[in-house]
Ligand binder design. Structure first.
Ligand code: GLY
Length: 341
């Protein structure tokens, strides 16, 4: 059984099809005027979506390398040269098949080609399904930082075929769990009562609702960065020994301790965080040895959200919201709770 979630953005609204076997519905997301489809994917992925495209379209395949080092403007240049060779016109369409890195690249290549052509994402990882493929954030890295060049470019449809998760490597699974744990705190929903497919569909719906309210992150969309302020700092300070989702899990626990130190939540709610993150999803909230709190504070001060002093996305009486001007002294309670030297 598949479920459809609508991302409501006026005339740019689109469907996300979620469930086992959802890729068999890919053709329903391809507009009838499309003549050529450029599939952007990675060599190691065992998913061939071409049989699920309309029979009449000409298909070309474009491979991007594995790892953040390939998420560059050079890759966009090469891909778009290949689009030219394949004769892709402004009426044609890109299909990104992969995790968040692939959909970021495929989305940005589509946003740039002929000043923007349509893109459909087939997400093959849990992080991609519940986060990266939804909401139109696309882009690549620079030496100066991650995702610094990009565009908001909404897809015309997204496929989340949960059967593709059967072969997901354990680390990718952990990263997906870190992002999924986040959704437990964004609404009062009892996500634990849902089976995996229903839970993924509910996470997509929560994200779709937030994107529908604040497409370009001028306010509410920032709650999707729950756990990310400390998480990003930890990723950098651990020299990327911790992956993004693993760092976000620790970041949410840190944020819960900060919120408690500020009197925004009680000890029971901090424990709820531990139960979901550690007990339910089996994620570690141990900060790796060698990480220095002074360095972490310096990194958090440079966070993209930090326009007015230290800024965190924090739980509280009104739910999760952005809080600016957090006193540095408060952070030490949270550092102590997580035994950060
Ligand atoms: N990954 C956060 C967002 O899409 O806004």
């Amino acid at each position: 059984m598949t479920r459809k979630v609508r991302v409501a953005l006026g005339e740019r609204s689109y469907d996300v099809i979620v469930g086992r076997g959802a890729v068999s519905e890919l053709a329903t997301l391809i507009p009838t005027d499309v003549r050529r489809v450029a599939i952007v994917t990675q060599a190691h992925l065992p998913f061939d979506v071409a049989p699920h495209l309309p029979a009449a379209v000409a298909v070309s395949r474009h491979v991007v390398g594995d790892g953040e080092a390939h998420k560059t403007l050079a890759t966009i240049e090469r891909l778009t040269e290949e689009f030219a060779a394949a004769g892709l016109t402004r009426n044609d369409l890109v299909v990104g098949v992969g995790g968040g890195m692939v959909t970021d690249i495929a989305g940005f290549a589509a946003a740039s080609w002929h000043r923007g052509i349509r893109v459909v994402h087939v997400s093959t990882t849990l992080v991609g399904m519940i986060d990266a493929a939804i909401g139109g954030k696309t882009g690549v890295n620079l030496a100066a930082g991650k995702n610094l060049v990009g565009a908001f470019w909404q897809p015309t449809g997204v496929v989340c075929d949960t059967a593709m998760l059967d072969t997901l490597p354990a680390r990718e699974q952990r990263c997906g769990s870190g992002e999924m744990a986040k959704y437990h705190f964004l609404t009062g929903d009892d996500l634990l009562s849902l089976d995996l497919d229903a839970r993924i569909a509910r996470c997509v719906q929560i994200k779709a609702d937030i994107v529908g309210q604040d497409e370009r992150e001028s306010g509410r969309r920032a709650v999707l960065n729950y756990g990310h302020t400390f998480g990003h700092a930890l990723e950098v300070e651990s020299n990327f020994a911790l992956a993004h989702g693993e760092s976000v899990a620790i970041g949410m626990m840190f944020a819960a301790h900060v919120a408690h130190a500020l009197g925004r939540i009680d000890a029971g709610r901090v424990d709820e965080h531990r139960q979901v993150i550690v007990e339910h999803y089996g994620l570690s909230v141990a900060v790796p040895p060698g990480v220095q709190r002074t360095r972490l504070v310096a990194l958090m001060k440079h966070d993209k959200k930090a326009v007015a002093g230290l800024t965190f996305v924090l739980d509280g009486p009104n739910g999760i919201e952005t809080v600016s001007g957090v006193d540095e002294a408060v952070l030490h309670t949270a550092f102590d709770a997580l035994s950060v030297p």
